[in-house]
Write a protein that binds this ligand. Sequence first.
Ligand code: ZN
Ligand code: ZN
Length: 240
Amino acid sequence: MRRIGRAVVDSVLPPRCLSCGEVVDEPDALCGRCWSAITFFAPPWCVLCGLPFPHPMGEDALCGACARGRPAWDQARAVLRYDKNSRRLVLGLKHGDQTHVAAAFGRWMHRAGAEVLSGADLLIPVPLHWTRLFQRRYNQAALLAQAVRAAGGPDVAADWLVRRRRTPAQGHLGPMARERNVRSAFAMRGRRSVAGKRVVIVDDVMTTGATVEECARVLKRAGAVSVGVLTLARAVRSGA
Ligand SMILES: [Zn+2]
Ligand SMILES: [Zn+2]
């Protein structure tokens, strides 16, 4: 009955832009203005982290950061740039009651993450500490992982990685402080084993990368043969 009700509502109400709420032609889409304001990542990009290059640099080219020091993960991809134009879209998932938006994001991530997802066995969402999960009611990383799975991705190992202690919010912290903040914050749950598995960490936003770096270390130590990273958004420092 509820499903029928939902279908009726969907056919009566016009579809809305996922970011600003303006009426659009198709469901799960952005309006023209939001579409052109948001930067979607595309090649040519760093083969490791997916940072776009202004000019083609060759197939195996690395960005400056990846060339200076290899991350613990093997490859990362994100759908779009996290900036003032995309913040509303991305945070809509985090703070609003927009769980249906995740389905559209899952399709985007499945497409943008094709290289990372190829041959992957498991999606591992970055866990929230349970106290925060309680406040927020859901873990947006787990929601995105389920959406990527629904779009054709591998299975979700939702509770395999756990947050051992509650880390302070990272918003105001610099890169070094963020690294300290998440050090030994994660662990594998009980007897869950990623030994011999190809896993992909899923999160909503990658900022300094400290969180996924720490998760990747834990997963590699636990025997994962490859660790990918797939996020909806990624912050890019100017001059990176
Ligand atoms: Zn819009
Ligand atoms: Zn890179």
